[in-house]
Design a protein around this ligand. Structure first.
Ligand code: SF4
Ligand code: SF4
Ligand code: SF4
Length: 264
């Protein structure tokens, strides 16, 4: 683990990159193709050895940068993460599933009952042993993350550039409202409408709010989030606290901060 830099690599080898999918809809891998005009440029900077979306070949034995999409939901995927970590100089988690457990995390609580509901008594061999859904960072140290459901292609390109060339720029910890205020859009709370931007990690540029839709928190909770203050704001603007807490579950179901905050 640690800084991986093309510039300081003594062999000046083109970085070998793999893209791995765990429990996900593969939508974030698909988003990579939407980087369109930047894609050929990226491909000139890397040796793309494996991309799960487009191949049924096995993963190579050696690589430098591993991009992981999807939540960890089985023992097998847990072992995959550990094996990847042991080989890659840089591990990047992409998408809500990989960074917060995302929609997959909504299978909690009552996971066993849900599995039984879907599979009955006979789990398919291919599924392996299920474990509680968790983000990649709950299993191995992660060097960088691209958040949201799905990822923004240009965020991905920017993060990959950082991974390739080394960067000490840290991830945003601010809440989304700071971006939203810069965009000078009117706050949804003024019309009594729930918006999770109050507690969601900044970074997407308040994409949904700019399109006239409230944030549903796909970037996950910000470390700077003040849940108590946000619930108090709900009271002030006539938004239901219960609705606020329910909405948070979509992308933060397995976030310990949410569990600790409890119900007010
Ligand atoms: S974050 Fe969203 S788009 Fe990406 S893999 Fe998960 S469900 Fe699909
Ligand atoms: S709560 Fe939503 S609409 Fe209001 S400022 Fe924050 S991000 Fe913008
Ligand atoms: S505005 Fe909210 S829901 Fe939309 S992309 Fe950003 S973090 Fe995700």
């Amino acid at each position: 683990m640690g800084a991986f830099s093309l510039i300081t690599d003594t062999e000046r080898r083109v970085p070998r990159v793999v893209v791995v999918g765990l429990a996900s809809c593969f939508g974030c891998q698909l988003q990579i193709t939407n980087a369109e005009q930047y894609l050929m440029q990226i491909l000139g900077q890397i040796d793309l050895q494996y991309w799960q979306l487009v191949t049924s070949e096995d993963m190579p034995d050696q690589y430098d940068v591993a991009i992981i999409e999807g939540a960890v939901t089985t023992r097998e995927s847990e072992e995959t993460c550990k094996a990847v970590r042991a080989k890659a100089a840089h591990v990047m988690a992409i998408g809500a599933c990989a960074t917060t457990a995302g929609v997959t995390g909504m299978a909690m609580p009552g996971l066993d009952g849900r599995i039984a509901e879907v599979y009955g008594d006979g789990l398919p061999d291919a599924s392996g042993e299920f474990i509680a859904p968790r983000p990649v960072s709950a299993v191995i140290p992660v060097d960088s993350e691209v958040r949201c459901c799905p990822i923004d292609p240009l965020d991905f390109v920017a993060m990959l550039q950082r991974a390739l060339f080394g960067s000490n720029r840290s991830l945003d910890t601010r809440t989304l409202c700071s971006d939203c205020k810069r965009n000078e859009t009117e706050c949804f709370y003024n019309s009594g409408t729930l918006c999770l931007g109050l507690v969601t990690r900044a970074g997407c540029g308040a994409r949904c709010v700019n399109l006239g839709r409230p944030c549903n928190g796909c970037a996950g909770l910000s470390p700077d989030a003040n849940l108590d203050a946000a619930r108090a704001a709900c009271d002030t603007y006539g938004v239901s606290r219960a609705d606020f807490d329910k909405a948070l579950e979509m992308f933060n179901q397995v976030n310990p901060v949410l569990a600790e905050s409890g119900d007010e």
